[in-house]
Design a protein around this ligand. Structure first.
Ligand SMILES: [Zn+2]
Length: 479
């Protein structure tokens, strides 16, 4: 039997603000547990919430980046539930009047399996704003609760069930993360819980118009886990249908160690949360003037920047898409160009050498030991033949570990390229004298012989000869 897969994602993104959503506590990750708290976020009786303008602004900005309709009249609601991570026994969220609705996100590129995905538009149902809940940690004998996270502004981005493969879900998450980073809304670091995702997935016989009951998978803490859990669920649900079983709506968890989902509970309906308008907060009215101002602040999207890079710097589409997939990388590249380095050469060196070194040393661009100015200088020294490509790699590695500039390293180690023809000629003569057979082969037109002889010259010159000059002179001297 063949099956169709229907996938929708609910993604929570913590918004980067100075303070929490409804109180003045600092919104900061990594502090001692329960040190960033106050009566409001601890849910003491009689306290009143005050909305954080910055949290609302960033939610609207995310909506504009995803081409959503922005509600000029919106409100907060209480979502009631009883759990230790929520001291008020309700969470302030949004129910029927979210800030943003009906948007879209274009996905393309590669999924986790490295297979190219056809460009596709995924609908965004809504983006609403709520407060995060406390973080519970379960130890052997007891559980601990850290209220530092309680009240942190959190937006929920709900997609339409438009995805049909785990790779598409992966590409969607990548695109969403890029947008949040480009608009400076969040770093979306999943390890820090800044981005969290629940997936909804259902499987039906190919072509069938009726949807089967869906499964919601929770506790997914990496893009990889999301991808794997979707694969697992497709298998599991297809097996149920194959064996004439019946799929029921349920919430499942993900066990990353064994790579399986497990049943948590059958799904609550929205009514279980007893939503009602938050009586302590006025509805939020957004003036069209404010919205117009905000529209001017919407930054370039990754796609727009990619297109601009191709146009402005005449680099291939592949280069542009790699560079712009990470905002910090795109910024770095543009800064290098501003210091005068050649765009295509810069792009090659970033994509091949710098990205590799950063990933091997587990660093991000903000911790990059080579400044864009120094990186541009290296490229300029290659372009003007002060050093050749091979020496440049040594210099680059040295720059990365010592943080010294290229010119300092070249001076200190005497790595300047030899372009003095007299000096090179001596190496060329030696190479010819020592290697009669390759010389003979070269005369017979064998290209590999030339490479060998150039290699000899490079060896004699300790890698410093200009290989182009060497090649020309070998041809001349051996004929
Ligand atoms: Zn507080």
């Amino acid at each position: 039997m063949k099956f169709d897969v229907v996938i929708g994602l609910e993604v929570h993104v913590q918004i980067r603000t100075n303070t929490k959503m409804f109180c003045g506590c600092s919104n900061r990750y990594g502090a001692e547990p329960n040190t960033l708290v106050c009566p409001v976020c601890m849910g003491y009786p009689g306290v009143l919430p005050v909305p954080n303008k910055e949290g609302i602004r960033n939610t609207l900005l995310a909506g504009l980046m995803c081409e959503c309709k922005i509600a000029l009249y919106s409100k907060f609601d209480r979502k009631s539930y009883f759990y230790p991570d929520m001291p008020k026994n309700y969470q302030i969220s949004q129910y029927d009047l979210p800030f943003c609705e009906d948007g879209k996100l274009v996905i393309s590129g590669k999924g986790l399996s490295q297979e190219l995905i056809a460009t596709k538009t995924i609908g965004i149902t809504r983006i609403h704003l709520e407060e995060d809940v406390a973080k519970s940690t379960h130890f052997k004998q007891y559980s601990g609760i850290d209220f530092n996270r309680a009240g942190v502004p959190l937006m929920e981005v709900v997609s339409e069930p438009d995805m049909t493969t785990p790779d598409e879900a992966y590409a969607y998450l990548t695109a969403l993360k890029q947008i949040m980073q480009y608009a400076d809304i969040s770093d979306c670091d999943m390890e820090k819980g800044q981005m969290r995702c629940d997936v909804n997935i259902s499987v039906k016989p190919s072509g069938s118009p009726t949807l089967n009951a869906k499964t919601e998978v929770k506790n997914l803490n990496s893009f990889k886990a999301i991808h794997k859990s979707l694969h697992y669920e497709i298998e599991r649900q297809s097996d149920v249908l194959e064996s004439k079983g019946h799929l029921v709506q349920q919430t499942r968890g993900w066990n990353d160690d064994i790579g399986e989902t497990y049943i948590m509970r059958t799904k609550e309906d929205a009514a279980d949360y007893r939503y009602f308008p938050e009586p302590d907060l006025m509805p939020i009215e957004i003036s069209s003037d404010y919205l117009e101002e905000l529209k001017k602040e919407v930054p370039e999207t990754p796609g727009q920047r990619c297109a601009r890079f191709i146009q402005e710097f005449s680099i291939p589409e592949y280069d542009a898409s790699v560079l712009t997939s990470d905002k910090a990388c795109a910024d770095y590249f543009e800064q290098c160009i501003r210091f005068g380095s050649n765009p295509k050469k810069t792009s090659n060196w970033i994509m091949v050498e710098l990205l590799r070194e950063l990933s091997q040393s587990n660093k991000t661009f903000d911790k990059c030991p080579i400044s864009p100015k120094d990186f541009a200088e290296l490229i300029l020294l290659i372009t003007d033949n002060t050093i050749n490509g091979k020496i440049a790699k040594t210099v680059f590695n040295d720059m990365f570990s010592s943080r010294k500039s290229a010119s300092v390293i070249i001076d200190e180690k005497g790595l300047k390229q030899v372009t003095d023809t007299k000096e090179i000629l001596e190496f060329v003569k030696r190479a010819i004298e020592n290697n009669p057979i390759p010389v003979q082969q070269l005369k017979e037109g064998k290209a590999s012989a030339l490479n060998f002889l150039v290699g000899q010259v490079m060896k004699f010159s300790k890698g410093k000869a200009n290989p182009q000059l060497a090649s020309e002179m070998i041809k001349k001297e051996s004929s």
